[in-house]
Design a protein around this ligand. Sequence first.
Ligand code: DC
Length: 230
Amino acid sequence: MKKITIAIDGYSSCGKSTMAKQLAKSIGYIYVDSGAMYRAVTLLALRHRLFTHEGQLDTDALKRMLSKTDISFRLNTETGAPETYLNGENVEKEIRTMEVSSHVSVVAALPFVREYLVKRQQRMGQEKGIIMDGRDIGTTVFPDAELKVFVTASPEIRARRRYDELKAKGQEVSMEEILLNVKERDYIDSHREVSPLRQADDAVVLDNSLLSREEQLVWLQNLYAERAGE
Ligand code: DC
């Protein structure tokens, strides 16, 4: 089998990262969650109080800060899953809070943030043998990826998945708030000027509303074998 690049894009809370992680483990590829990088930059902005109460962001300050910022992934040896580090600190848990979720779309729409992170993502994929998930992986980060998957599911199903995920982590959240956040992010992600979320022409579409994790993995493994075996 040749080493290939796998790009997984789609709406938020579609289970992209679960499927990407499962596949990476089963074929021995590196998994990169590009959304975690946008979340880490958002956390940086929140920690430095760069957002006003009205949600306005001091972009000049963020730009200055970003050049001195390091975002990386390290493997948790217990779980075997990669975790996100911001300037050497493990922020995996903190980047998944509702506070970060409700500010991240604004940060992800900034051209200088995207430019900075896309460059880093492309460097991570130089050697192939990588699975990256996000919104613009098949269109902007790895337009030549051998396998591109575009994942979708209904907003209600996605909100329910996020609700269960946050509840399991002990976070107090309301279903209405989450559904609103999912819909808002869909809108912003697909209407922003730079690299909006859209399906690459050569992507394979997967609506996983009614698929189990196991069914999804088998589907993906078959696609991978087909592309890597060519
Ligand atoms: O996948 P996620 O929900 O963790 O992503 C967080 C945010 O980052 C989401 O609002 C979209 C944005 N994002 C992006 O613009 N480009 C990517 N490649 C990945 C995520």
